[in-house]
Every structure is written in C-alpha cells, then in structure tokens.
Design a protein around this ligand. Structure first.
Ligand SMILES: [Zn+2]
Ligand SMILES: [Zn+2]
Ligand SMILES: [Zn+2]
Length: 279
C-alpha cells in the first residue's frame, strides 16, 4: 500500500495564512519542508482522506491525479478538511479525461449539509451525477473496492467527527487526525475487530511537545505515546508499526530540528508535505 501525506499542517497552514509570529516569519524566509499545507492523505492513489483547500496545490505541486480518487473519506467539516466548493470543478469544461468518473464520499451527515450549501450555486448537473454521498456514523464497517474501513468517533467537534481504520490487501492503517485521546468505546471496538498489529498509525500531533490537556480535541507527543501504548497492550501495535506524526501547528513551531527530536524520542516519522511511504 502506498500512502502519501499531501498536506501536514493544521487549519491555518504553516506559515499560517495571516500570521506574523516569529516562527511563521522564519518559515517564510527558509521555506522548504517547513511549509505545510492543509490535511490530505492519499492511499494507493484512489482513496483520499479529506479534501482540503490545498487540494489544487497538491495536484499541481506533487503531480497527483486527483480525478483517480474514487473514494473520499472525510473526517469532519472543518474548513481545512473539507473544501466542498471545489468539487464543482470535477467534470464539465473544468476537467477532461478524468480517470474515474465517479467519486464516492463517505462522511457524516454534517458533511452532506456542507456539500449541499457550498455547491448549491455553481454545481452543474453533469458534475453532480458523478458524486455520490454516503452518510456514515461511528462504529460502522464499510466495504468498497478492495477496501474495508471501520469508522470511529473522534474527540474533536460536537457533530460526529470520525477517524478510520483502513484495510486493504492484508495491510492495516489507523488514521487518528483530528482527534484528542480515544474513548474507551473506541478501544473496545478496535479490540473486538482484533487482527494483526497495525502496519501504520497516523497521529494528530498538533501540540507536538506541548502538553495534551484533559479532554483536548487534538494530541501532542505525550498523548500519541499513551495512545500507542494502549493499542500495543491490545496487540494492535508493535515494533513493526510505523508511527507517523502530522497536523502540525505554527503554535508548536515544528522546525526541522523539533521534528527530528520528536522522531528520535517517539520512534516516529514526522510527516512533511509529499512524504510517500510504502507498507
Ligand atoms: Zn484540522
Ligand atoms: Zn505563526
Ligand atoms: Zn478540525
């Protein structure tokens, strides 16, 4: 399975859109890998987790064919994860020779509402025909193409945000962004599904070295470590499990040095925009 981290920044991006903090000013001077666009992860070129306002940049900059995405899993409706308005461009005069005419979107009810609101004025019927919305809730098992996906409730927004366990061809990936600590119910659900230790876990690392407060809606390395230990105790993570950190915020100053330190201390991979991993 091929996994590409197209966007690894938090909502405001890095450097943050309107920010002049010392870190953002430094990133503007240095550029390179410290520039982080908004969240999108592409799996085997056909499944995308989230569709951010930077999807255009991802296609252009990394040469990705976004028309090949057949399945879109949306975690939640925050603007950095679902830029619904751009989907009006998926066909008609805006897109020729699309690899997949059809796009299936799996997301909660709120995403359906955001999609309807955002596309109401400009959506052409010929484009709408190719987009299929599937409303899903937490603790569901989905099956499409070669994929099996389990949905879990995230600790993030009030209206059913989701994180996902994805399986394909014997490989297993747990996607944990955006969320704070998982609930006991989540662990019970994952334990019940059981199976081999995950091959890769993506962690929300918004706070990086900052403390993850009780009830927080994102995580830092401390909560990443607690979550991994808990999963390992259930037999769902071990030495072979790749641990990937993402969703970095300018408020945590995720410099190259800070990321290398996080990698050493947590035994993880700090994602950057364009990072591709094979599992
Ligand atoms: Zn986010
Ligand atoms: Zn800043
Ligand atoms: Zn969010």
């Amino acid at each position: 399975m091929q996994i590409t981290y197209l966007g690894t920044g938090a909502a405001e991006g890095v450097p943050a859109l309107f920010c002049n903090c010392a870190y953002c000013r430094g990133v503007k001077a240095r550029r390179g890998r410290e520039i982080r666009s908004r969240a999108q992860v592409l799996l085997d070129g056909e499944l995308s987790i989230d569709f951010p306002p930077d999807a255009f940049l991802h296609a252009a900059y990394f040469g990705v064919d976004l028309s090949a995405v057949k399945y879109l899993l949306v975690t939640h409706s925050h603007m950095d994860h679902f830029s619904a308005h751009e989907l009006i461009l998926r066909g008609y005069k805006y897109a020729h020779g699309m690899t997949s005419k059809d796009l299936r979107i799996y997301a909660n009810e709120e995403i359906g509402e955001v999609f309807a609101e955002s596309t109401r004025r400009e959506m052409k019927p010929v484009v709408a025909e190719g987009i299929h919305m599937h409303t899903v809730g937490a603790f569901e098992e989905l099956s499409f193409g070669d994929w099996r996906v389990y949905t879990l409730p995230a600790r993030h927004t009030s209206r059913e945000p989701l994180v996902f366990l994805l399986e394909k061809g014997g490989k297993r990936v747990l996607h944990l962004s955006d969320t704070g600590a998982l609930s006991g119910e989540c662990y019970s659900f994952l334990k019940e599904i059981g199976g081999a230790p995950y091959d890769l876990i993506t962690f929300d690392c918004t706070f990086l070295f900052g403390e993850t407060a009780e009830g927080a809606r994102h995580m830092g390395l401390d909560e990443n470590a607690r979550t991994f230990e808990k999963l390992a105790s259930l037999g769902l993570g071990d030495g072979h499990t790749l641990r990937v950190l993402t969703h970095f915020s300018h408020n945590s100053a995720p410099s190259l040095e800070a990321i290398s330190r996080a990698e050493r201390e947590f035994g993880a991979i700090g994602a950057y925009d364009g990072l591709t991993l094979e599992i």
